[in-house]
Design a binder for this molecule. Structure first.
Ligand code: GGG
Length: 363
C-alpha cells in the first residue's frame, strides 16, 4: 500500500441514531489513519435522510448512484423514521444502493465481545460457543422488488411480493459462503432454506448448494437446515454453527437473532460487498435508526466501529488487516474495561464509549 493512500468514502448518516454513530465512526477511522500514518480518509457526507425527504420530497438525487461510484467505499448509518412508511425509506436509499452497486453479498459476523454477556446460559460459561458469520444473499429473494397490488378498493386489495431466485444469483452466494467457511478454523457451512414448504425457489437453493458443495467435499463440512429449526439450533447448540448462508429475508431475520444472542444488536456489523470490486462496497451496523433513543446520546457505537473495521479490512484488500485488528482490539479493550452502553448492561453514553475507543486506538 503506497504510504500516501487516500480512501474516498461517501458517508450517509441517514436517520435517528445513524447520525450519532456515523459521526463517531468517522472520528475513530480518522484517528486510526492518523496513528498509522500510511493512509487517510477523505469523507464526503451526504444528507440523504427521511428528514430531508420530508422537507424536499426526495431521499437521493437522480445522480446518486453515479456519485457513489466515484468513491472507494460507502459508510452508512441507519434508515427509517416514524413519519415515513418504512418501505418508502428502505426502497429510496439502502436497497437501490445495494442493487445498483452489485453488492450481492452481505456479511454479518457475530460473536460475544469480551466483557459482555450473552442471554444464553451456555455462552455465559464459554463465550467462544457463539462465533458465527452469516452470509446473506443481498440482491434477490423477497427483496427483489417484484410484485404489485390490484383490486385496491375498500378491503379487497390483493398484493403479491414475488421472491426471485436465479441459478446464477444462488451459485455466486454459495461460492462466497464456501470460500468464507474454507478460511475459518472450523471450516463449517450451514445452508438455510424453507424448502419443505416453498417448493420452487427454495428447492433451487438446495440444488445449487449441493452442486457447489461437491467442489468443497473434504475441505468444508456442510449441512442444511430449515429456517424454523435453525432458530432453535442457534439457541440450543450455538457451538455447532460456524458460517451460515441464507436468503435475503431469512438472513435478515436470523442476523438480528444472532446479534441478540451475542448480547445486543448494538454491536453487530455488516458489509455489503461487490466481490468484483468494480463498484464501492457499503458498510453499516445492522441496527436501524432507533427513533426512541435518537438524540439522547445513548446509542451503542460499537456496531458502527466494528463495521468501520470491516471497511478498513476491505479497502486494504489484505494490506490493512493489522490496522483493522487494531480497531477491533480497541473495541474489545473497551468492553473488557466495562465502558459499555445500556444495551450491554453499562451506563455510559455514545461519546464516552467513543472516547474510550479513541484512547485505545491511540495507545
Ligand atoms: N443500518 C442499517 C439499517 O438502517 N437497517 C434498517 C433495515 O431495516 N434494513 C433492512 C435491511 O438491512 O435489509
Amino acid at each position: 500500500m503506497p504510504s500516501d493512500t487516500v480512501f474516498k468514502v461517501a458517508a450517509i448518516p441517514g436517520d435517528g441514531i445513524g447520525v450519532d454513530i456515523t459521526e463517531a465512526a468517522k472520528e475513530v477511522l480518522n484517528k486510526l489513519a492518523q496513528c498509522d500514518g500510511t493512509f487517510r480518509f477523505d469523507f464526503t457526507t451526504f444528507d440523504w435522510s427521511s428528514k430531508a425527504y420530508l422537507e424536499r420530497g426526495w431521499y437521493m438525487p437522480e445522480d446518486a448512484i453515479a456519485t457513489l461510484k466515484k468513491h472507494d467505499a460507502i459508510y452508512f448509518g441507519a434508515v427509517g423514521w416514524p413519519s415515513v412508511p418504512d418501505h418508502i425509506s428502505l426502497w429510496n436509499m439502502i436497497l437501490p444502493i445495494r442493487k445498483e452497486l452489485n453488492q450481492y453479498v452481505n456479511v454479518r459476523p457475530t460473536r460475544i465481545l469480551p466483557g459482555t454477556k450473552s442471554p444464553l446460559v451456555g455462552c455465559q460459561k464459554d463465550p467462544k460457543q457463539l462465533d458465527w458469520i452469516i452470509v446473506r444473499e443481498n440482491s434477490e429473494g423477497e427483496y427483489a422488488g417484484q410484485g404489485g397490488t390490484t383490486h385496491g378498493h375498500e378491503n379487497y386489495a390483493v398484493a403479491t411480493e414475488l421472491a426471485i431466485f436465479s441459478y446464477v444469483g444462488i451459485e455466486r452466494i454459495m461460492r462466497f459462503a464456501f470460500e468464507t467457511a474454507k478460511q475459518r478454523p472450523r471450516k463449517k457451512l450451514t445452508m438455510v432454506t424453507k424448502s419443505n414448504a416453498q417448493r420452487h425457489g427454495m428447492v433451487l437453493w438446495d440444488k445449487v448448494f449441493y452442486t457447489v458443495a461437491k467442489e468443497y467435499e473434504g475441505v468444508v463440512e456442510f449441512d442444511k437446515m430449515l429456517v424454523d429449526a435453525m432458530t432453535v439450533r442457534m439457541v440450543n447448540r450455538p457451538d455447532s454453527l460456524d458460517v451460515i448462508v441464507a436468503t435475503n429475508l431469512h438472513a435478515d431475520i436470523l442476523s438480528d437473532l444472532a446479534a441478540a444472542l451475542a448480547g445486543s444488536i448494538g454491536i453487530a456489523p455488516s458489509s455489503n460487498l461487490d466481490p468484483s470490486r468494480k463498484y464501492p462496497s457499503m458498510f453499516e451496523p445492522i441496527h436501524g435508526s432507533a427513533p426512541d433513543i435518537a438524540g439522547k446520546g445513548i446509542a451503542n457505537p460499537l456496531g458502527a466501529f466494528w463495521s468501520a473495521a470491516e471497511m478498513v479490512r476491505w479497502l486494504g484488500a489484505g494490506k490493512l488487516d493489522a490496522q483493522a485488528d487494531t480497531l477491533m482490539q480497541a473495541i474489545e479493550n473497551v468492553t473488557v474495561a466495562g465502558v459499555k452502553t445500556r444495551d450491554l448492561g453499562g451506563d455510559r453514553g455514545t461519546q464516552e464509549v467513543t472516547k474510550a475507543v479513541l484512547d485505545q486506538v491511540e495507545r
